[in-house]
Design a protein around this ligand. Structure first.
Ligand code: LR7
Ligand code: MN
Length: 572
């Protein structure tokens, strides 16, 4: 089963109110040429680790938690249902504004305690591990116009769930928020918390430069970046920091659980193994179940850290020294996006390791849109072009094709190219072959491509997905314009376009568009010697019905309505 639990989105290009206060961001030269100390070859897990002992030592070193009433809303991560129709007009107004300003249910967040209690989500084996390599940590949280209660709960959850001797400081970087409450009132509130520092940017930096600003101020050995709408679960910190303590070139993400945007229920990704990050050549991030070779490398132990080709970007830890060594982020990245792939590629291509730590859990509120102000212009595409130019070698052309080679002015990237040169990083092809062989590459994996035309009637198969699994494929007059009539048959027996595959539902006989899961089953197809589109699991073939429009799956027969013309060959 392919688990899709969110859809990445691009924040809208909301109009940006110009402010005239000028602020020059000073980013001192990172210690670029200092190679971190690598004591031993990359340590990918606890396979040979002998530090398993009886009790979770961490429990005894935790801060004392304030009393939380078990009757309080959201207790133990439960969700809170509010029926807006039952609210008074004044309350309903608050409810609506909460959604509008945050793209999540702030009204419910305001009902929950700031120190809400959560279940312990971890695999049982996690509680028995004693972590010994624990350098101190600077947590860096960047935000722009975050919800007050959500931000405060994020900060408190960090403090409440972190052993004080590891947590050195929390740095809040306010990326030029407009809400007044996030100015003086926030400073006043945070000044009561000894480890918390607030930095206000003097102009809108965007997430990426805001993180660099936070890094400049950080004193800890390890930087742990978090989004500003999260809740840390019990034991979140040690499994991550320990891996970095053992090896400075290891970069680590926690498991990202879901805080429901409507009820604030904390939904653990528990029970299953952790997921790892992938991406498409169109430069979109996606999640994957861990591939078989990695399951085997981990001895099928769910609590062992898993190698991850990429990270989602918001929640991860890295040694400060190593972050500097890797040239942090491209400071030409604006607002949001691309930095997660940049760092992921860099880590692997330049000698490090990216791991997901199954014993570390942090919840994140996944939203369907970005509520904050943005900037006009194609900044997201520009970020991706900079990324592609520097790191993708010839693979960049897949992305460029996608954007019709509309590169525009993407700025100067010479210093980023020089960085890659200086660090002597491996090629993107090496990365694909060794770290992410599962990626779909048309010219490598395709064996038939183009439109699929029926033999009896000149009609073509078409399908759309738009983030919605289960939309049936249909027929339409052939338009010859690729788009939703372009299909690729893969060596892995899929019929796909990018990350979307034909999926045969044996219950209702429909063929629908579904995210590819690469496990054959309902997504396995054969293009037979008689040009039929056959699903081997049922031995049924796709047939055009008498009305010349409807499609059905029927026992295979050699007849024109079951025959489809498709170009056999490798896509360009
Ligand atoms: O201009 C900005 N300035 C900011 O400070 C824009 C955003 N931000 C802050 C914002 O307030 C938030 O705390 O940056 C953080 C991330 O922005 P979100 O929450 O709007 O984005 P997201 O959760 O969809 O973003 C994911 O991808 C981003 C790509 O740049 C970042 O890497 C985010 O950190 C990342 N979030 C996660 O990985 C959490 C899990 C989501 C997934 C998958
Ligand atoms: Mn986020």
């Amino acid at each position: 089963l392919y688990l899709v639990f969110f859809v990445m989105y691009v924040p809208g290009d909301n109009e940006r109110r110009q402010k005239d206060s000028r602020y020059i961001l000073r980013i001192s030269e990172a210690e670029e040429n200092v190679l971190p100390v690598i004591d031993k070859p990359s340590d990918d897990g606890d396979k040979n680790d002998k530090t398993f002992v009886g009790m979770a030592k961490v429990d005894t070193e935790m801060p004392e938690l304030p009393f939380v009433d078990p009757d309080s809303p959201g207790y133990m991560g439960k969700g809170v249902e509010v029926v807006p129709e039952q609210l008074s007009p004044a309350e309903k107004k608050l409810y609506d504004e909460g959604w509008k300003n945050n793209a999540f249910n702030e009204y419910v967040s305001d009902m929950l305690p700031l120190h809400r209690r959560l279940e312990d989500p971890r695999d049982k084996a996690c509680g028995d591990i004693v972590y010994k390599n624990l350098p101190d940590v600077s947590v860096i949280i960047c935000f722009t116009d975050e919800s007050w209660s959500v931000l405060l709960r994020s900060v408190h959850s960090v403090i409440d769930q972190s052993p004080p001797h590891i947590l050195r400081e929390i740095i809040l970087v306010d990326d030029f928020s407009e809400k007044d409450r996030l100015k003086r009132p926030l400073d006043d509130y945070m000044s009561t918390l000894p480890k918390v520092k607030v930095i206000h940017a003097k102009e809108r930096l965007g997430l990426i430069r805001a993180r660099i600003l936070g890094t400049e101020a950080a004193k800890g050995t390890v930087l742990f970046f978090l989004d500003s709408h999260i809740e840390c679960a019990k034991g979140w910190l040690e499994p991550v920091v320990d891996l970095i303590g053992k090896n400075e070139t290891t970069v680590v993400t926690p498991v990202i659980d879901i805080i429901d945007d409507t009820t604030f229920a904390f939904k653990y990704a528990a029970g299953k193994d952790t997921q790892v990050g992938g991406f498409t050549l169109a430069l979109g991030f996606n999640w994957h179940v861990i591939p078989e070779h990695e399951l085997a490398r981990r001895n099928y132990q769910m609590h062992t850290p898993a190698r991850s080709p990429t990270m989602a970007g918001g929640l991860f830890a890295i040694s400060k020294k190593y972050f500097d060594y890797l040239g942090r982020y491209d400071e030409g990245f604006d607002i949001w996006g691309a930095e997660n792939l940049e760092l992921s590629f860099k880590v692997w291509m330049c000698g490090g390791t990216l791991l997901s730590a199954p014993c570390s859990h942090v919840g994140h509120i996944f939203r369907k849109r970005a509520p904050y102000k943005s900037k006009p212009g194609q900044w997201f595409q520009r970020n991706n072009i900079r990324l592609a130019e520097v790191w993708l070698d010839d693979y960049k052309n897949y992305y460029y094709e996608k954007i019709n080679y509309d590169l525009g002015d993407f700025g100067d990237i010479s210093s980023r190219k020089a960085l890659r040169e200086r660090l002597n990083c491996k090629s993107f092809e090496w990365y694909i072959d060794n770290i992410y062989p599962e990626i779909f590459i048309p010219h490598r994996d395709g064996i038939a491509y183009g439109e699929i035309r029926n033999k009896a009637v000149p009609t073509c198969l078409e399908g759309t997905h738009h983030g919605q699994n289960g939309v049936p494929i249909t027929t339409y007059s052939c338009h010859g314009k690729r788009g939703n009539q372009y299909w690729i048959l893969t060596k892995n027996d899929e019929v796909r376009r990018e990350e979307i595959c034909w999926d045969h539902n044996p219950v209702n006989g429909q063929v629908t568009m579904y995210e590819c899961h690469s496990h054959k089953g309902n997504q396995q197809w054969k293009y037979t010697e008689f040009d039929q589109l056959m699903h081997p699991g049922t031995n049924y073939c796709l047939e055009l019905m008498e009305d010349n429009r409807k499609l059905e799956m029927h026992p295979c027969q050699v007849k024109e309505r079951q025959q489809w013309v498709w170009f056999r060959g490798t896509p360009p």
